[in-house]
Ligand binder design. Structure first.
Ligand code: NAP
Ligand code: GLV
Length: 295
């Protein structure tokens, strides 16, 4: 879509290529800071993120330069929510351990006490962040017969009622939930939301799932909680310093690890790509962006 209308350059040295660009297409691995914006210069009109999360972008620096910022909400909501549920089940049913056993040729046959996991049904699931993805998680969990708790800064009584989610404080959510799943954006306010102090207030034996951003969790605190048995397990798609995954996490049997694939289905990535292109085209052709973060 973009190549039909504009000269498109991909990969290579970002700062050099940015010079004189009218649009930058970034993804969560690309920090878009004042330096990059300055390298682009005053030809730049839009930064289009190939992601819904935009913590990689200095939005204030864009605003100061009059550069529009866009992201890809909605089209990836279901894919990410489904992965969160998959990680809940995988951690609860010890799927990582089970698969490693089979692949290593160490499985000797059915045993009544082997790899006993936990039910999701009948438990309390806490959803931190009742936005698009958090709400979809609530919908997907309907068939599992769970009780739902949620947090958000502002109340949405109609949504909470429709989804049968009780909106509670952070402390109440972590203290009562058997599963805690993170769906807030990464910001200065939410960085290390889950630290030693927060983990000490979790219900003992809870399972933590993160398909949002790695920086929400203090990884050292998470490793300690898992080693101490304070948490029974974790399902993670995102990490503090991607693509580095702390060795201590990789060594723990009760952790299921995915490589930031929350939106990685073919249909979702196609829809994200189209939305990125539509945003760039709209701005460069003088129209309103389709999904602006700031304009
Ligand atoms: P969203 O619709 O903006 O939802 C975020 C929710 O978090 C909002 O409802 C917001 O509600 C709440 N929130 C924000 N700050 C909060 C705080 N300090 N405390 C409590 N709640 C807070 O975003 P989304 O589309 O659901 O996406 C959520 C995040 O998922 C993205 O930012 C991204 O980082 C991540 N993500 C990851 C992947 C992946 O590949 N793993 C894929 C997609 C998305 P209030 O404003 O009312 O508080
Ligand atoms: C992916 O990480 C996204 O925020 O869309």
């Amino acid at each position: 879509m973009l190549a039909e209308r504009f000269d498109v350059e991909e990969g290579g040295d970002l700062r050099r290529q940015a010079a004189g660009a009218a649009a930058l297409v970034a993804d969560p691995t690309v920090p878009v800071d004042g330096e990059l914006l300055d390298a682009a210069g005053d030809t730049l009109r839009v930064v289009a993120n190939f992601a819904v999360g935009y913590d990689n972008i200095d939005v204030e620096a864009c605003r100061a330069r009059g550069v529009v910022v866009t992201n890809t909400p909605d089209v990836l909501t279901n894919a990410n929510a489904a992965l969160a549920v998959a990680l809940m089940l995988a951690a609860a049913r010890r799927l990582g351990e089970a698969e490693r056993l089979v692949r290593a040729g160490r499985w000797t046959g059915w045993e009544p006490g082997q790899l006993l996991g936990r039910e999701l049904s009948g438990t309390v699931v806490g959803i931190l962040g009742l936005g698009r993805i958090g709400r979809r998680v609530a919908e997907l969990l309907r068939g599992f017969d769970v009780s739902l708790l949620g947090t958000s800064r502002s109340p949405h009584p109609d949504v909470e009622q429709r989804l049968a989610v009780d909106r509670v404080s952070f402390d109440e959510l972590v203290g009562r939930s058997d599963f805690v799943t993170l769906h807030v954006p990464l910001s200065e306010e939410t960085r290390h939301l889950i630290d030693d102090d927060a983990l000490a207030r979790f219900k003992p034996g809870a399972i933590l799932v993160n398909t949002a951003r790695g920086g929400l969790i203090d990884s050292a605190a998470l490793v300690s909680a898992l080693r101490a048995g304070r948490l029974a397990g974790a399902g993670l798609d995102v990490y503090e310093n991607e693509p580095k995954v702390p060795q201590e996490l990789a060594e723990l049997e009760n952790v299921v690890l995915a490589p930031h694939i929350g939106s990685a289905t073919a249909t979702t990535r196609d829809a994200m790509a189209s939305l990125v292109a539509e945003n760039v085209i709209a701005v460069l052709e003088g129209h309103d962006p389709v999904t602006p973060v700031w304009r």
